[in-house]
Ligand binder design. Structure first.
Ligand SMILES: *Cc1c(COP(=O)(O)O)cnc(C)c1O
Length: 424
């Protein structure tokens, strides 16, 4: 029966989409192909991409160099198990990641998705504490307003209220949350944050294995920026209380904020780092968890003697090959000036919208432009409007935001900001 249904009808009745209902779904648009910063719909429209397919497609779609990396690797092997084998794509990617993160880490766990890399980071922290004999350190800490992925462990460190996960609270482990930082960018640590951090560590420091945060920019939990002064104080307290610090740079990594990684901009090195999203230029699902030698040694001193994680597709050669090509492309491009150019133009074209009485706040950093509205946005109708205007922007909650590919030109970016302006 299903073969006589149109693609969109089949999709509506049979396929789950992110955070949507099967009984009352949001509309979906069928994409035929993509090129550069343009997404082409089956119905003929062409949309300027404002999202980079959720932070990932930084070099644009259908890039010849990335395509070639996949073709070349597929002729050697698309996959081989990582248990007992290794291969050049994994080794080269490991080296690149350690280099790009300024040799601040020693070991790399190549994971299959951002959420998995967070699970890996959390398990690393818990095993480390067991390994060094701190058996009472069995809880995790996180910030209110944070987002770390959709798997159960990752969910347990996402914002428990405004996150998408309130439904599961009875099931999830009870972790300890810090208030959202109030220290705004370029400001000294607020008294409020200092006090909150002190109280928090006095109360929970003994039971915490690790604190996980998205450094400088909280992404899916509200597109919220805060200053490095907060991270500095957090790092100090973590050290004093024997708590590992995990940075989740799955969204901020690979240049989005204007630096290769936010931890480099902040000048604060965590014990464990998660990267993902843009790692393959948006070509395949891949992520990585990097850690220091001290963390690895602690893990290996734990009862099992090994790190207890090993997904089937760990170190997938195709994904590693395209990640290598994407990282090389990034490093040999003038990404920093591209991102600065985007930031400058976003400031010019979006900051004036602060004046609108429908707008609560406008925030810009690197290649991220965020308009926080006073009222929640109706996604279905907003999306329809954006598509009719030839752009792809997907709002959530009160947030109308763009994270365009770094290669976007001035004219295409203006098209995005123009449509955003007309919406406010
Ligand atoms: C997207 C995201 C994740 C989850 O990554 P997936 O690849 O979707 O599993 C985790 N943390 C942050 C900060 C993210 O932006």
């Amino acid at each position: 029966m299903t073969d006589i249904m149109t693609d969109t009808a089949f999709d509506r009745d049979h396929l789950w989409h992110p955070y949507t209902s099967i009984t009352s779904p949001l509309p979906t648009y069928e994409v035929s192909h993509c090129e550069g910063v343009n997404i082409h719909l089956k119905t003929g429209e062409s949309l300027v991409d404002g999202m980079s397919s959720w932070w990932s497609v930084i070099h644009g779609y259908n890039h010849p160099k990335l395509n070639q990396a996949l073709i070349d690797q597929s002729k050697k092997m698309s996959h081989v198990m990582f248990g007992g084998f290794t291969h050049e794509p994994a080794v080269t990617l490991g080296k690149i990641l350690l280099d790009m993160t300024n040799q601040a880490f020693e070991q790399v766990f190549i994971a299959d998705s951002g959420s998995v890399s967070v699970e890996v980071a959390l398990k690393m922290a818990l095993q480390y504490q067991q390994g060094i004999g701190k058996d009472q350190k069995t809880r995790l800490g996180a910030l209110l307003g944070g987002y770390h992925g959709d798997t159960l462990g990752a969910m347990s460190v996402c914002d428990p209220e405004n996150g998408m996960h309130t439904l599961f609270n009875d099931y999830l482990p009870k972790n300890h949350f810090l208030p959202r930082p109030t220290t705004k960018p370029n400001q000294p640590l607020s008294i409020e944050d200092k006090t909150n951090l002190d109280i928090y560590f006095n109360q929970y420091g003994k039971e915490l294995a690790a604190v996980i945060v998205e450094p400088l920019v909280q992404g899916a939990g509200g597109m919220y920026f805060y200053d490095k002064a907060y991270l500095k104080q957090l790092k100090n307290l973590c050290e004093q209380h024997g708590v590992l610090l995990i940075f989740d740079e799955i969204a901020t990594g690979f240049g989005r904020t204007g630096e290769l990684f936010a931890f480099i901009e902040a000048g604060i090195t965590p014990d464990i780092l998660c990267v993902g999203k843009a790692i393959t230029g948006g070509y395949m699902t891949l992520a990585a968890t990097l850690c220091t030698d001290e963390v690895s040694k602690g893990i290996c001193a734990s009862k099992s003697g090994v790190f207890m994680h090993g997904p089937t597709f760990m170190g997938n050669p195709l994904a590693c090959a395209v990640a290598i090509a994407s990282c090389e492309l990034l490093l040999e491009s003038n990404w920093q000036s591209q991102v600065q150019q985007i930031e400058k133009q976003l400031k010019e074209e979006l900051l004036p919208l602060t004046e609108s009485n429908k707008v609560e706040d406008v925030r810009i950093k690197g290649a991220m432009g965020i308009i926080e509205m006073k009222q929640p946005i109706d996604v279905a109708s907003a999306q329809k409007h954006f598509v009719s205007e030839g752009v792809w922007i997907r709002p959530f909650g009160k947030l109308l935001y763009i994270t365009p590919p770094y290669i976007i030109d001035k004219k295409a970016l203006s098209k995005l900001t123009h449509v955003m302006s007309s919406f406010t």
